[in-house]
Write a protein that binds this ligand. Structure first.
Ligand SMILES: Nc1ncnc2c1ncn2[C@@H]1O[C@H](COP(=O)(O)OP(=O)(O)OP(=O)(O)O)[C@@H](O)[C@H]1O
Length: 314
């Protein structure tokens, strides 16, 4: 992700078209907005459009505008998205859904920097940066004749791929805390603690819906939270089915370190190992700090990296 941000920051300063690839909910639109904000066009408009949401027969006029009387029902001349984004950036989400004839017109607009509104004889100059995105494998779409290779090669020179959340497990924790902060602020709630089981369930889940799914889960949990505590039961059911690295019976709330019949015996004596006791203690402190790992590490007198390692050990 750091490499991705590094490349994105450099691309933002150029004016080349950008193609953002990634599964749904990975943050493609967020990245597109960030590229626009970092570009010299930041004072002009960022217009976002989902190509999948425009009926094929209306697309040309939506993109390039039309003149009065260009077709039945065109009672007035109308600007298209390109004219609206003039001087700024046009974000074409789900570009893989664009019909082939429009792909050809888009390529032409990119190359010639002109467009022709429907019903017009005249080319109009445009100054718009295109940022396109798709969750589709465009190379596969080319083989199936659904996507034009010439447009693909024009766009993919500067492409950025956002990995799915399940491939960047380390990001989940940062996102969890950032999104909790965002939604407690939005909902004007004070949250003092995150139950360790809740945190573990949040960290353990695979998020097929990526950051969008994580954000929705957190928004819901913050809404349901009471007395400043975000509990495991506030999470959606599919996340609760993933209890995380805490095994049932290894109860971090229980400070008792004597043998626990519920605990799977770690050795033939039935006594928990020192490692297990240490882990219980870590979870207790983690709970006391409301899941804050920086403070937990400080309280335990260990480096944050050591804490992460201990938590990963199972
Ligand atoms: N790194 C991040 N930090 C905080 N929030 C994020 C991050 N990435 C994505 N999000 C949030 O996740 C949600 C989905 O992001 P976004 O709409 O950018 O995804 P997308 O890849 O464009 O999705 P789709 O392909 O379905 O249009 C948004 O609410 C966004 O704010």
């Amino acid at each position: 992700m750091q490499m991705l941000f590094h490349d994105a920051a450099r691309l933002a300063k150029s004016d080349a078209p950008v193609l953002i690839l990634g599964e749904s909910g990975t943050g493609k639109e967020l990245l597109a907005r960030a590229i626009h904000t970092e570009s010299f066009r930041h004072n002009r408009d960022f217009i976002a459009v989902n190509c999948a949401s425009i009926p094929a027969e209306l697309m040309e006029s939506e993109f390039f505008g039309h003149l009065k009387g260009a077709f039945t029902g065109a009672h007035e001349s109308r600007k298209g998205l390109f004219q609206m984004a003039q001087g700024g950036s046009l974000f074409l989400d789900e570009i893989g859904e664009m019909p082939s004839n429009l792909q050809a017109k888009l390529l032409r607009a990119l190359q010639e920097k002109t467009i022709r509104p429907v019903g017009s004889e005249r080319e109009e100059p445009i100054d718009v940066r295109i940022i396109a995105a798709t969750h589709r494998d465009l190379e596969k779409e080319i083989l199936e004749n659904n996507f034009r290779s010439d447009l693909f090669y024009r766009l993919e020179t500067f492409s950025l791929r956002i990995p799915p959340l399940r491939e960047r497990a380390n990001d989940i924790e940062h996102l969890v805390f950032a999104l909790i902060e965002k939604h407690t602020e939005l909902q004007d709630k004070a949250l003092a603690q995150v139950e360790p089981e809740a945190l573990n369930a949040l960290l353990d889940y695979s998020y097929p819906g990526n950051v969008r799914e994580l954000e929705n889960a957190i928004m819901r949990a913050v809404t349901l939270s009471e007395e400043g505590i975000l509990r495991h039961r506030h999470l959606p059911e599919r996340l609760r089915a993933h209890p995380g690295p805490l095994t049932p019976g290894l109860d971090p709330v229980d400070g008792d370190v004597l043998p626990d019949t519920q605990l799977p015996p770690s050795s033939c004596t039935g006594w928990p190992s020192l490692q297990e006791i240490e882990k219980r203690y870590i979870y207790k402190v983690l709970e006391a700090t409301g899941g804050n790992k920086r403070r937990t590490a400080e309280m335990l007198g260990i480096a944050r990296r050591t804490l992460y390692r201990r938590l990963e050990e199972d």
